[in-house]
Unconditional design. Structure first.
Length: 157
């Protein structure tokens, strides 16, 4: 049995590792009452805590977090942007499609790959046109992810 109150309190601990671990544990346990606090935690000063909060929100699966996760797609840290993408993919909310398409132009190749993969999970064939441009990306991993996503999205048509 988890101590939800203790974990919620740990989100305010001065130690980064404790805050991140608490977010992770709350997500793993699917504690829906933690959604408002985890949503606030997306604004933590440390990227590891923001990323852990994003992943936790995705695991909990409450669509009330979608708008806040979309906002994290503009986080200065690639790690947080990628965690928000994973969470949005789990939530499968189509309102994330346009912001994810914008991430296809991110300066970080890992974020471009994450965006492509999340768009494939969401399954909106309207994303194909934007993903096609990445077939000419300078990084082979991005090009390959784009090809896989296009195939997957064509199958969903």
């Amino acid at each position: 049995m988890i101590d939800t109150d203790r974990l919620l309190g740990d989100l305010f601990d001065h130690r980064v590792t404790v805050r991140a671990a608490a977010a992770h544990a709350l997500g793993a346990a699917g504690v829906t009452e933690a959604v408002p606090i985890l949503t606030s935690t997306l604004n933590d000063d440390h990227k590891k805590v923001r990323a852990a909060a994003a992943l936790a929100l995705g695991r909990i699966g409450d669509k009330k977090a979608v708008a806040s996760l979309i906002a994290r797609l503009k986080d200065p840290e690639p790690e947080v942007r990628m965690a928000a993408m994973v969470a949005l993919g789990r939530l499968k909310d189509c309102s994330a499609v346009a912001p994810l398409i914008a991430c296809l132009h991110d300066r970080d190749a890992r974020v471009r790959i994450g965006s492509v993969e999340t768009l494939a999970v969401l399954g909106d064939p309207n994303a194909i046109r934007s993903i096609r441009d990445l077939r000419n990306d300078r990084f082979s991993d991005v090009r390959e992810a784009a090809e896989r996503a296009i195939v997957r999205l064509f199958k969903k048509r």
